[in-house]
Design a binder for this molecule. Sequence first.
Ligand SMILES: Nc1ncnc2c1ncn2[C@@H]1O[C@H](COP(=O)(O)OP(=O)(O)OP(=O)(O)O)[C@@H](O)[C@H]1O
Ligand SMILES: [Mg+2]
Length: 295
Amino acid sequence: MSEIENDDQGQALEPADRVKVVKEAVPGGEEEYRWHTGLNRPTGVPDAIEFIDVHKAFGRNKILKGLNLGLPEGKISMILGPSGTGKSVCIKHMVGLLYPDDGDVLVHGESVPNLRDEELFEMRKKFGVLFQDGALFGSMNLLDNVAFPLRQHTDKSEDEIMGIVNARLAEVGLTEAGDKMPNELSGGMRKRAGFARALVLDPDIVLFDEPDSGLDPVRTALLCELIQEIHKENGGAYTVITHDIMSARRVAEYIAVLWRGRIVEAGPAEELFNSDNDFVRQFLSGAAQGPLGME
Ligand SMILES: Nc1ncnc2c1ncn2[C@@H]1O[C@H](COP(=O)(O)OP(=O)(O)OP(=O)(O)O)[C@@H](O)[C@H]1O
Ligand SMILES: [Mg+2]
């Protein structure tokens, strides 16, 4: 029998208690969670997005194991964590593309898994999302790709739409590429086009899944600046997933470190960069030595 199915005294537990034991792992208790303090330092503002005790498995592969996470309103947050740990899975829960097996995901206090289809459609208007794979429509040129959310969700005239689209494409340096098809562009250009498309509706909540992957260092720096500028202009809760610690240093106001299905530690960026948690330190410094190996 696995350790999960026994309590400290070695007695068999009722099924309901079993779940509880898994959720309530204490720091230093289970070996797997030794580095998880679960510490969530206050930010002084309410959360735009909350994960409450979220469990998610694909078959026998448990990805989120009692995830508790809050992303503050009005700030640029970054979710950092090793590859394959569930960052993209988190984003898909926020927009209702995946549902938790257990627990809840709240957006502005509303439970996403409990929304009806029409409500979910409305809710999605709040979001600007850049998925990890860029996800442009292969059959549309860049102009039509970026115009798509405006045509789908607003009553704006074609002239207005083209005005917005051209302005957004210019911001990401793609003025000349409007009539190109996605497969005619480099990976970095596709990323930037996806970035422009994510922002056309002036969303309250912006989710960027690795906007900087596949970009050269100069473009990464420019993209970071652009994220900050647009955030300053529009406000809202931004969530950026990145593997680039430099990007995190540049733009993160809030950082959550995800590992093995839970938050190791979360809080204002400068506090995380000064964390004394061995895992957080190793991860934020990119060191080979530490609790994280090539797993
Ligand atoms: N739809 C799905 N069906 C089955 N397994 C999935 C599905 N989506 C994600 N997974 C699995 O969940 C785990 C976490 O995936 P996820 O894409 O969230 O990782 P990640 O943290 O974003 O990693 P990376 O930094 O490499 O992008 C992986 O093991 C992945 O194979
Ligand atoms: Mg990912």
